[in-house]
Design a binder for this molecule. Sequence first.
Ligand SMILES: *Cc1c(COP(=O)(O)O)cnc(C)c1O
Length: 391
Amino acid sequence: MTKKLHPQTQAIRARMPETYQKEHSSPMYLTSSFVFDDAESMRAAFADENNDNIYSRYSNPSVDEFANKVALLEKAEAGFAVASGMAAVFSSFMALMKTGDHLLCCRSIFGGTVTVVTKFLDKFGIEYTFVPADDLSVWEKEIKPNTKMVYLETPTNPQLELVDLEEVGKLAKKHNLIYAVDNCFATPFLQTPIDFGADLSIHSATKWMDGQGRVLGGAIAGRKDLIHEIYLFCRNSGPTLSAFNAWVLSKSLETLDVRIQRHCENALKVATALENHPKIEWLKYPFLPSHPQYEIAKKQMKAGGGIVCFEIKGGVEAGRKFMDALELLSLTPNLGDSRSIASHPASTTHSKLSEEDRLKVGITPGLIRISVGLEYADDVIDDIKQALERS
Ligand SMILES: *Cc1c(COP(=O)(O)O)cnc(C)c1O
């Protein structure tokens, strides 16, 4: 085929070569290793550092199919898949930085990533500086001669802050930094960081990519030379994605475009219906004009994503009551599922912090995060409204 296919088509049609069985749907390769015809072909496979089928810690056709699709969707030169989003983040850091390097890191990032940066990078002598999502003027001032990488997430979890991908791209280029973006919240169908100069787009595939809360997975797409370094790190250190999970995730990518459209439609309906609710102090959604960074959202995203967050009046107590009053929405520490999910960080993920420390990371007492699912939107809205009445 000569015409370049659109990402929507590639998510459905890109696949491993079919086998002699002529199967229509890609098979799952549950095998730990691969056999060789003779000593010479085995020698050649081991001599080649590239992705040959030798042993499934190195490479596996089901895992490669998923990783290659993510690379196509991200418009990246290469892709690699690992066991979880955190494995993707951690292996990117470990493969590309060394003792004495410095990481410029946006302050509003996933909790697990904060821990990796502050507890583990530190342990290996990699320095870091946290910078605020909403003030890029600080970022350039914090760049040092040993700064190796700039890392951010947009939209952020759970506050839905946005970072201007294009502006950070210019900064990274000027100072010759590796530019890595956690693109989990947007997915490649809403935002492709590589178009704005990013070198790596990192994913927790556990969320929207799987989309039904079934399996964990992670992926990294980006510059070929960097992906190769990450591959070599993973092939030897072992954060391998299971073939089963990869098979599930590759199938999931076939429906990601239609799912994400519905997630976004539903989330916009939820946000619009609740924005002026008397029990709500403020509400944030990237594609509502009231979002403080609406212009950035419009510039770099195709739609606002599936997450809505708001501050319920009445603080921690009201937040807990709201959670207890929900009848349809699930109370579970996940997001990006077909089923709508509510979470109240102040009484759960961040309950061990003091109120002062919570505020420092943007966790206000009544903050509620809704991951809007694929249900009929009015049912989700009705459940949230009745729970607000009772909280
Ligand atoms: C969940 C999440 C991660 C971690 O992914 P896991 O698959 O749970 O390891 C990283 N970044 C963001 C933005 C996430 O939401």
